[in-house]
Design a protein around this ligand. Structure first.
Ligand code: 3H9
Length: 613
C-alpha cells in the first residue's frame, strides 16, 4: 500500500510506501529533489502521518531518482519562506517520536545533508557524496548544518567540510562518524528497511544529534584562529568562509537553539548580500551556458576517443605542458584527459589521421589540406582563428574553434575550467553537440560563441585600456596592483605585457591617474566590449560572457562576472561614464548601442537573457 503527496505546483513530491511497520517516504522532486515549498510541506505531512499511524514504528527517508537531495531550492532564495521554513521542518523531523532513518544515494548536499543530520540515523552507499557546499553560493548552511555536523564529526572536520564546501564520499563519511552504516550500491532501500526493523526490534528510539555535545572540540586552543587565518589566505575577498567559521564557533559557545538562530540570521544576511547574489548568478549562469536553443535535442553526439594534433604549432606541445597559446594549452589538456588517445606528429611526418574523431590545429590554414576521416571534427584553437578559414572550404560543416581560456595559476591543468566553442557559419549540429560532449567529458564549462571567441576579444580591449592608462600617466605597477586588488591576476592574462614603460607620446601630458579611474575604465571598456559581442550575436546570453570570465579568466566568483557587475551598478551610470570618456578620449569610447538602449529603457543585461529564455 502506498500514498502520495501532491502539493503546490501539483507535482507529486513525496511517495509513502509501507513494508510491515516501516514507512518509506521517498522524496520525489526531479531533477535533484531540491527542498522547495512543496517538498518541505510534503515531507512534513508524510512524517506527521507516519508518526500518528499506530501501525507504523519507524520511518525511512529516501530520495527517488538520481539522488537523496541537492539541498534547499535555490530558485526560492530572496523571498521569505512559504509554507514551512527548512529549519522548522528539520526541527519537526528531529522531534519525531518514532525513529527516522536517512537512506542516502547520489548526493546529500546543503539542506539535503542537513535533512539527513536531523534524522536519527543515517545510511549511505559508498559512492554517495555528502557535503555542505553553501559556501560556494556565498552562504553558510542555514538549517542547522553548522550546529549538527560538528556534533557528529567533530569541530575540526566540520570546519573543513563547511569552509571548503567539498563533499566526502560514503566511505569517508562512515569513518568520520557521519553515518551509522554503509549500504550496498544496489538495494539501499531494503537495507534501510532492515536497519529500521532492527532499531524497532531492539527498542532503540530516536537519537537526536542536537543532544550530544561530546564530539565538540571547542576547548582546543587556536583551532578557530588557525581556521580564520587559513580561510583568509585561501579565500581572499570572500565573506562566507569567515561567516561559516563564526557559526561553527557558536556551536560551542551558545545553547543549541540560540546558535541555530544565529546561524539562520547569518544565512539570511548573506543571502541578501551582493556576494551571494553574484555567486548564485554564477551557479545558474554555468548551467544555462550548456543550453544552445537552436541545437536540436536529437543532434547526434559522437564520442571523442582519438585526437590528432596537426600543424607545426602543436607538434610536441601535448606533453610539454606548455602554457603558450590556446592551441598548445588545449593539446596538453587533451593529452592529460583519461580515455583519450592523442596523436602528434613525429619528426617531419604528420600524425596518422585515420580513425581520428577530432583533429586539432593551431591555425585555420593547417586544416585546409588534411586527409582526415569525413566524420572527423576539424577544430582550430587560436586566439583569433582566421574567419575566412571557418567560412570557406570543402568541409565547413565539420569545422569549429575551441579555446580553453587563460593559463590560470593554481589550476592542475594548463588552462582554466572553460572551453569556448566557436561555431562557424556552417558548423553542423552534430559537430557542435560532439564538442559540447567533449567539454563535459573534460570537466569543463562550455560556452558557445559566434564570430570569434569572447575571452580573447574582450581581453584585447582590456589590455588596450590598461596600456592607455599607463600612457596617460599611471604606472604599470599601479595598474597591475589595482587589477590584482580587484581579484584578477594580471600576469596569466598577459596584462603585464600590455603595460608599456616610458614616456607618453608627444602632445600628451602625464598626469596622476587615480586607482578608481583605473578600475572604472578597465571594467567599463571591458563591459562595453561584451555588449558589442552580445549585440552582434556573438554570445547567446550576457550570462555566458560572465561564465567566460568566471571559468576562463579568474574573475572572482563573488563578483559574478563583468556583465552581472554592470547590471548591479546600473547601466545608466555605465553609459554616462563611457560618454564622458568619449568626450575626452574620442568616439572609440562611445557606449555600445545596446548599452544606450538598455540604459534608456531602465533595463539590464539580465533582462535580455530572461526575454530569450
Ligand atoms: C542550501 O541548501 C541552503 C541550506 O543550507 C539552508 C537553507 C535555509 N535548487 O547541476 P545540474 C537545478 S543552498 C534549485 O545540471 P548535475 C539546476 O539549476 C543549496 N535548483 O545537475 C539544473 O536546472 P536546469 C546547497 C537546483 O547532476 C538542474 O537542477 N546545494 C538545485 O550535474 C540540474 O542541475 C547546492 O549548492 C538547487 N539546490 O549536478 C547544490 N541544484 O536543468 C547545488 C540543482 O533548469 N547543486 N538545481 O538547468 C549542484 O551542485 C548540482 O546541481 C548537483 C547535481 C551536484 C546536485
Amino acid at each position: 500500500m502506498g500514498s502520495s503527496n501532491t502539493l503546490g505546483s501539483l507535482r507529486t513530491v513525496t511517495e509513502t510506501r509501507r513494508v510491515g511497520a516501516i514507512a518509506i517516504v521517498a522524496l520525489s522532486a526531479p531533477p535533484v529533489n531540491a527542498l522547495s515549498e512543496a517538498l518541505r510541506l510534503g515531507i512534513r505531512d508524510a512524517v506527521e502521518a507516519a508518526e500518528a499511524d499506530p501501525e507504523l514504528s519507524a520511518i525511512v527517508l529516501i530520495g527517488a531518482g538520481r539522488m537523496f537531495c541537492g539541498g534547499a531550492d535555490i530558485t526560492e532564495f530572496g523571498r521569505p519562506w512559504q509554507g514551512i521554513g527548512l529549519g522548522a521542518l528539520l526541527d519537526r523531523v528531529e522531534d519525531c517520536a518514532k525513529p527516522v532513518v536517512a537512506a542516502i544515494h547520489g548526493m546529500a548536499l546543503g539542506g539535503g545533508l542537513e535533512l539527513a543530520l536531523a534524522c536519527h540515523y543515517r545510511l549511505a552507499t559508498p559512492a554517495a557524496r555528502l557535503g555542505q557546499p553553501e559556501v560556494k553560493l556565498g552562504l553558510v548552511p542555514g538549517a542547522g548544518g553548522t550546529q549538527r555536523l560538528p556534533r557528529l564529526v567533530g569541530t575540526e572536520k566540520a570546519l573543513d567540510m563547511i569552509v571548503s564546501g567539498e563533499p566526502v564520499d560514503g566511505r569517508a563519511a562512515l569513518d568520520l562518524g557521519l553515518l551509522d552504516a554503509l549500504a550496498a550500491e544496489e538495494g539501499l532501500e531494503a537495507e534501510a528497511v532492515a536497519f529500521a526493523g532492527r532499531l524497532v526490534a531492539e527498542g532503540r528510539g530516536p537519537r537526536r544529534v542536537r543532544e550530544d555535545d561530546s564530539r565538540l572540540e571547542h576547548g582546543r586552543i587556536g583551532l578557530f584562529a588557525a581556521a580564520r587565518e587559513a580561510a583568509a589566505r585561501r579565500y581572499r575577498g570572500f565573506e562566507a568562509p569567515q561567516a561559516c567559521i563564526a557559526c561553527v564557533e557558536a556551536a560551542g559557545t551558545l545553547p543549541f537553539a540560540e546558535a541555530l538562530a544565529f546561524e539562520e540570521r547569518t544565512f539570511f544576511a548573506l543571502m541578501a548580500g551582493a556576494q551571494s547574489i553574484a555567486q548564485r548568478h554564477a551557479f545558474f549562469a554555468e548551467r544555462e551556458a550548456a543550453k544552445v536553443p537552436d541545437l536540436p535535442a536529437d543532434a547526434r553526439r559522437r564520442p571523442v576517443r582519438r585526437v590528432a594534433l596537426a600543424g607545426p604549432d602543436l607538434a610536441g606541445a601535448a606533453f610539454a605542458g606548455a602554457a603558450e597559446g590556446p592551441g598548445r594549452r588545449l593539446a596538453a589538456i587533451l593529452s592529460q584527459a583519461a580515455g583519450l588517445t592523442v596523436l602528434c606528429a613525429e619528426g617531419a611526418a604528420p600524425p596518422d589521421l585515420a580513425g581520428c574523431d577530432l583533429v586539432l590545429a593551431g591555425q585555420t590554414r593547417d586544416l585546409a589540406s588534411l586527409e582526415a576521416d569525413p566524420e572527423a571534427i576539424l577544430a582550430v584553437a587560436a586566439d583569433a582563428p582566421d574567419p575566412s578559414g571557418l567560412a570557406e572550404g570543402p568541409r565547413l560543416e565539420r569545422v569549429l574553434g575551441l579555446h580553453p581560456g587563460a593559463p590560470l595559476p593554481g589550476s592542475p591543468l594548463p588552462g582554466s575550467r572553460l572551453l569556448e566553442i566557436l561555431r562557424g557559419p556552417a558548423t553542423a549540429p552534430e559537430v557542435l553537440a560532439t564538442a559540447l560532449g567533449l567539454a563535459r567529458g573534460l570537466g569543463r564549462v562550455a560556452v558557445v560563441t559566434r564570430g570569434g571567441f569572447i575571452g580573447p576579444r574582450m581581453l584585447g580591449r582590456l589590455r588596450r585600456e590598461a596600456g592607455r592608462l599607463v600612457h596617460e600617466g599611471a604606472s604599470p605597477e599601479q595598474v597591475a596592483r589595482v587589477l590584482t586588488e580587484f581579484g584578477l591576476a594580471p600576469a596569466p592574462l598577459g596584462l603585464d605585457a600590455a603595460l608599456p614603460e616610458g614616456e607618453p607620446a608627444a602632445g600628451h601630458h602625464r598626469r596622476a591617474v587615480s586607482d578608481d579611474e583605473i578600475l572604472e575604465r578597465c571594467l567599463d571598456t571591458l563591459v562595453d566590449a561584451g555588449a558589442r559581442i552580445l549585440e552582434a550575436g556573438g554570445a547567446l546570453r550576457a550570462s555566458d560572457i560572465d561564465v567566460v570570465w568566471l571559468a576562463g579568466y579568474g574573475w572572482p566568483a563573488y563578483r559574478g562576472g563583468p556583465m552581472h557587475g554592470a547590471d548591479a551598478q546600473g547601466l545608466p551610470a555605465l553609459r554616462d561614464r563611457l560618454r564622458a570618456l568619449a568626450d575626452r578620449g574620442g568616439p572609440g569610447y562611445a557606449p555600445a548601442s545596446l548599452i544606450e538602449r538598455l540604459a534608456a529603457e531602465g533595463g539590464r543585461f539580465a533582462d535580455l537573457d530572461r526575454r530569450r529564455a
